[in-house]
Design a protein around this ligand. Structure first.
Ligand code: NAP
Length: 291
């Protein structure tokens, strides 16, 4: 299939790589061109605008940073919608708002173009290993068309309902991750202060009732003092805000998510925005909480 891919960051690099390895013809675009070098060396074609990518491909996947980036890529003068044609199908995998997902789908309908919201979960490791979970909103028939391509980097693809349902499912995921990340930070702090061997703690806890992906992915990185992203602090602040905004609309109180948003905002404001989410331990280890 002729596939376009826009957004070649931590996640997109690996996902696009799997699509290429599976033998699809790949057209790529990214804000910073140099991030496409590896893929172009492996056979992908660089194009200068999202519009050109849309013109060249039947299916275009986007995974950029924020809702404002999505708006630029889709609605810009040289954006995807400007290059849409009768066979186009656009899938946005960025973690974004359900309302923007619905807006994109409405514009797609106007142009007779399929649009899906399909954010992913599984982290940088899941993307590298091609075992992401994909949370889909939109028409099932469109998902069916894209499934073989999505399967190149996913272990689980689940359709949740109409446009926006994928983004709601991702908000649900991030609420759970808020809990596991704060739990990870507090348990590592406790274990360290009690002078327990952290490597044994991570291994043992990871095989018991408290096992979870945050611990598996980020426990070892904390032990190695490795705060490279992974998953950016700034993106987690965005995601928690989306979850809180949506919960407000449903008149829900989510005190744990509010606390996570407050602590991650504090971490970002302390200069750790571009680090990985495991840097949350710094609020304790750098003395913010422990004096
Ligand atoms: P990232 O490394 O910042 O990648 C985003 C990429 O999109 C960057 O390469 C950026 O370009 C590009 N981009 C932004 N605006 C653009 C535009 N207008 N036109 C073209 N390219 C544009 O972030 P990431 O970690 O891959 O995450 C991407 C999305 O997936 C985020 O919404 C994040 O919340 C979500 N997510 C991340 C993870 C994870 O573990 N990392 C897991 C699940 C979901 P530049 O190269 O110029 O910055």
């Amino acid at each position: 299939m002729k596939v376009g891919f826009i957004g070649l960051g931590v996640m997109g690099q690996s996902m696009a790589g799997h699509i290429l390895e599976a033998g699809h013809e790949l057209f790529v675009f990214n804000r910073t061109k140099s991030k496409a070098n590896n893929l172009v060396e492996q056979g992908a074609t660089w194009l200068d605008t999202p519009k050109e990518v849309a013109e060249a491909a039947e299916l275009v996947i986007t995974i950029v940073g924020y809702p404002k980036d999505i708006e630029e890529v889709y609605y810009g003068e040289s954006g995807l919608f400007a290059g849409a044609h009768s066979k186009s199908l656009f899938i946005d995998m960025t973690t974004s708002t359900p309302s923007l997902a619905v807006q994109l789908a409405d514009k797609g309908k106007e142009l007779n173009v399929g649009v899906l919201d399909a954010p992913v979960t599984g982290g940088d490791v899941g993307a590298r290993e091609g075992r992401l979970a994909v949370l889909v909103g939109g028409h099932e028939a469109d998902l069916k068309k894209a499934k073989t391509v999505i399967d190149t980097f996913a272990a689980n693809v689940t359709h949740f309902g109409e446009h926006g349902a994928g983004q709601h499912a991702k908000a649900v995921n991030q609420i759970m991750v808020a809990g596991t990340m704060l739990g990870l930070a507090e348990m590592m702090t406790y274990a360290k202060t009690a002078e327990l061997p952290l490597d044994k703690i991570v291994k043992t806890i990871g095989s018991g009732a408290a096992s979870n992906r945050s611990l598996d992915n980020y426990g070892p990185r904390i032990i190695q003092d490795d705060y490279t992203p992974g998953f950016f602090v700034k993106h987690f602040v965005k995601d928690l805000k989306i979850a809180l905004d949506e919960s407000k609309k449903m008149e829900l109180e989510l005190p744990m998510t509010e606390l996570a948003h407050k602590l991650y905002t504090q971490l970002a404001e302390a200069g750790h925005s571009d680090e990985g989410t495991q840097a949350i331990v710094k609020l304790w280890w750098d003395g913010e909480f422990n004096g």
